[in-house]
Ligand binder design. Structure first.
Ligand SMILES: [Zn+2]
Ligand SMILES: [Zn+2]
Length: 357
């Protein structure tokens, strides 16, 4: 079929929306008519060269839509079903999937290169994270279109496909926060605000948010942080206020310096979780003796989530008001205004611009 997609032809060029060719869904594949797709930091990182992509590329990996058509052998969804796109293929065959760790599926790929269902005038288009959701339709494996039934507007539900699950899951799954624990979250963008809410839902007693931007600190308080600190001097103050450190520190910035700050905020036995996306070459230097005080540092990808279980659970929390999606979306824009949306996200103040179709 013909559909329309926003194509990036190079790192610094504007997106151009073109009519493109989309192959019919093959065996085990589904076609999704997109309703909304968030602009995630990783989309920007991809253009900046921090992620592997091939131009021309269709970005977008935080999408929600409706099943439009299914290929042979698809049994889990049917036309009309609401879905949230997942960027883990959850292939079921690799060792990661065999262990039940779908976030570690070996088939996760930032680039689909020159293979895939999307092309323009005979030239294949790369689809970021195997999705390429800045497009009116996508064709993906069934496992990447996760059924989610909720009354949430698609412009909110789409965030479950990346930012919300990444942050929320880091708190509830990776850190496995227990009731009464103290938690600090560094970075209060979309992922950080989701991590704060994960800590709240898990029963944390004290949640400290750290961000240099005033508006983000306010948003952190709105979603459940007990206190929000400027980044300057935060570690010293946290150590003083918590009588020697927090139980859990979650880093949602992606900078080596804040990863160290997170580690340095821990009590003996505390655990720090790195969620933010660093550059490939970034390194940190730790006082390793601190590991003998049973402090730990661990990474988290996709919130250590099982999309087919966790997406619906998060949506249900959203429906019931236990997870507040509203502060995570500053603005919705029509898909045709993708360039304006990226410009706003690049300014850094907005948490999320969501494109609607
Ligand atoms: Zn797999
Ligand atoms: Zn993302």
């Amino acid at each position: 079929m013909k559909t329309r997609a926003a194509i990036a032809f190079s790192a610094d060029a504007s997106f151009q929306i073109h009519e493109v060719d989309l192959a019919e869904p093959g065996p085990g594949e589904v076609r999704v008519k997109m309703q909304a797709c968030g602009i995630c930091r990783s989309d920007i990182s991809a253009l900046e060269g921090k992620e592997t992509i091939e131009f021309p590329v269709v970005l977008g990996h935080e999408g929600a839509g409706l099943i439009d058509a299914v290929g042979k052998g698809v049994t889990g969804v049917k036309a009309g079903d609401p879905v949230v796109l997942s960027w883990t293929p959850a292939c079921g065959q690799c060792l990661g999937c065999q262990r039940g760790e779908h976030q570690l599926c070996e088939q996760i790929n930032m680039t689909t290169g020159s293979t895939g269902p999307l092309s323009m005038r005979g030239q294949s288009l790369d689809r970021f994270m195997g999705l390429g959701a800045f497009s009116e339709h996508v064709v993906v494996p069934e496992a990447m279109a996760v059924p989610v039934n909720s009354s949430l507007d698609p412009s909110l539900a789409c965030l479950i496909g990346c930012g919300v699950t990444t942050g929320f899951g880091a708190a509830v799954n990776t850190a496995a926060i227990r009731w009464g624990e103290s938690v600090v979250v560094f970075g209060c963008g979309g992922v950080g605000l989701a991590a704060i809410q994960g800590a709240r839902v898990a029963g944390a007693a004290r949640i400290i948010a750290v961000d240099p931007i005033q508006e983000r600190r306010q948003a952190a308080i709105r979603v459940g942080a007990s206190v929000a600190l400027d980044a300057v001097g935060a570690v010293k103050q946290i150590l003083a206020d918590t009588r020697g450190g927090v139980d859990v520190a979650i880093e949602c910035v992606g900078k080596p310096s804040t990863m160290l700050d997170a580690f340095n905020c821990l009590r003996a036995g505390g655990r720090s979780i790195v969620v933010g996306l660093p550059a490939y070459t970034d390194k940190i230097e730790l006082p390793v003796i601190m590991l003998l005080r049973e402090k730990s540092i661990k990474g988290s990808i996709y919130g250590s989530a099982k999309p087919h279980v966790d997406f619906q659970k998060i949506a249900s929390l959203g429906e019931n008001g236990q997870f507040d999606f509203e502060p995570l979306v500053d603005k919705t824009r029509h898909f045709s205004q993708i360039n304006e949306g990226f410009a706003e996200m690049r300014e850094g103040k907005l948490t999320r611009v969501v494109l609607t179709f």
